[in-house]
Design a protein around this ligand. Structure first.
Ligand SMILES: CC(C)(COP(=O)(O)OP(=O)(O)OC[C@H]1O[C@@H](n2cnc3c(N)ncnc32)[C@H](O)[C@@H]1OP(=O)(O)O)[C@@H](O)C(=O)NCCC(=O)NCCS
Length: 140
């Protein structure tokens, strides 16, 4: 598939970002909330097929030692075609010296395992929506 990878937030349709996150069952918010989150991130990756946004992801980071990956999503009709792998590899490519952490959606761990991620034994979090995150299987 002849896709284009873009690192720039300019020109992104944030409504599409919100709708894509909703469509794939991830947490979503108002489009402008996603715009602010992506624009404040260290690395953002957007994958286009022609002019259609079909996948994206982002990492927050100090750019030197530590990074965390969020909001990795690929439209259902384009999943299992290597797009998610491209998104993660492009993110990692911009964070060469960093430890990179993330929390996978329950059931999606295998995707990250294929990319070299390993389960953390002591990962902990304070989530704003603690009850929802527990009910969705993210925390004990
Ligand atoms: C998870 C996600 C980003 C993966 O993107 P993708 O483009 O489908 O992934 P790839 O095609 O690059 O997959 C590479 C490999 O990862 C593994 N993998 C990907 N999705 C998987 C799944 N749902 N279950 C098990 N293994 C999976 C497979 O080994 C796959 O290789 P294969 O297709 O040759 O078997 C995508 O399925 C998605 O957007 N899901 C919904 C949102 C989500 O859960 N995001 C992650 C939040 S942490």
């Amino acid at each position: 598939m002849d896709v284009r990878v873009d690192y720039e937030c300019s020109g992104v349709d944030w409504t599409t970002v919100a709708e894509t996150l909703k469509c794939v069952g991830m947490a979503y918010d108002a489009p402008d909330v996603h715009r602010r989150a992506f624009e404040a991130s260290h690395t953002t990756v957007f994958v286009y097929l022609a002019d259609r946004l079909i996948g994206f992801g982002r990492a927050i980071s100090d750019g030197v030692k530590q990074a965390a990956v969020y909001d990795v999503a690929v439209l259902p009709e384009f999943q299992r075609q290597g797009i998610g792998t491209t998104i993660i590899r492009k993110i990692l490519g911009r964070l060469p010296q960093c430890n990179v952490i993330l929390y996978a959606s329950p059931g999606k761990e295998a995707f990250y395992t294929t990319l070299g991620f390993r389960k953390m034994k002591t990962g902990m979090a304070i989530f704003t929506k603690a009850t929802a995150m527990r009910e969705r299987g993210f925390t004990e």
